[in-house]
Design a protein around this ligand. Sequence first.
Ligand SMILES: NC(=O)C1=CN([C@@H]2O[C@H](COP(=O)(O)OP(=O)(O)OC[C@H]3O[C@@H](n4cnc5c(N)ncnc54)[C@H](OP(=O)(O)O)[C@@H]3O)[C@@H](O)[C@H]2O)C=CC1
Ligand SMILES: O=C(O)C1=NCCCC1
Length: 299
Amino acid sequence: MGSVSKRRAIQTARARTCSNSTSFLLTMPGFLDDSNFGALSCKLITVCPNNVHLGKSLPTINANITLFDETTGILKAIISGNEITKWRTAAASVVATKYLTAKKGLRVLAILGAGAQGEIHAVAFQHFFNFEEANSKRLIRIWNHNTLKAEKLVSKLNQLYCGTVFKCFKSNEMCVKEADVIITATFASEPIVQLKWLKKGTHINAVGAGLTHYSELSESIYLASDVYIDYSEGAEAELTGLKELGVEFKGEIGTLVSGGVSPSSVNQITVFQSLGMAVEDCAMARMVYDLYKKQYRNV
Ligand SMILES: NC(=O)C1=CN([C@@H]2O[C@H](COP(=O)(O)OP(=O)(O)OC[C@H]3O[C@@H](n4cnc5c(N)ncnc54)[C@H](OP(=O)(O)O)[C@@H]3O)[C@@H](O)[C@H]2O)C=CC1
Ligand SMILES: O=C(O)C1=NCCCC1
């Protein structure tokens, strides 16, 4: 994120190719200029929300990353990108939350969405933060529009992470009530969070992005919030609806991290509108490639 804001990373606005009314392919080229973490890569990722209805347990998001030699341009590897996409997206939300809640006490975390991103965010946030509701152990709330899916995820997480209690909520409104941090990670095309449900100073990581784009939060939330983004070029290209609404972006998270933008006041509602960055995939692909070489080829 810091490299992006210091312009040591190149990622042109990604291309979006629709294959039908709900599905699309994103082409995400990126170059990160760093001898330890840098790489030249292109992630190809399909987003097919209807896969859930095919009954074959197919992921809705499927990614592969092509990694190239920066000097010769020769293809070095094609790396499966599903796990990378999950982890790097949750990592970006962790960083945004760390910097946007630095002066706030965090008690209540609400996650809306119990799919791949909902799950990885729960895992990452229980690891990095200490959400603790009054008179309770560490607690993370989870809601999904299909409650059964949230119940299954909650039961799985409660078995895996005994230091935290995961609790299923049937109502999205009750789930976000009094929340200090909210994560939205769904394909909702209509808002699932309303401004009047939020308390002062709430921070929201808005992760979901369907074809009708960035629609999980009500317009009034965007208008009332300080909205941060991951990269300006992507935001200009993809968040046209928010721009037309009159939303001014406060800045990139990378700029906030390096002190180039002053943080919002504690009572201000903040939104990190996560688009996803090609260079995050680039850095992860390089790391995976280096580990593979070390472990299996001893180089
Ligand atoms: N910002 C970024 O970098 C990234 C963003 N994403 C976005 O994050 C979102 C989640 O992705 P992922 O977890 O991989 O996908 P999954 O298919 O694994 O999960 C999607 C979740 O959204 C729920 N959902 C589907 N339709 C609706 C609806 N109309 N209203 C409310 N909830 C709904 C699903 O519930 P059910 O299955 O019960 O219908 C499920 O819990 C997507 O929008 C995706 O595009 C993904 C990767 C990176
Ligand atoms: O950056 C990504 O990866 C994605 N962004 C939005 C849609 C799904 C994948």
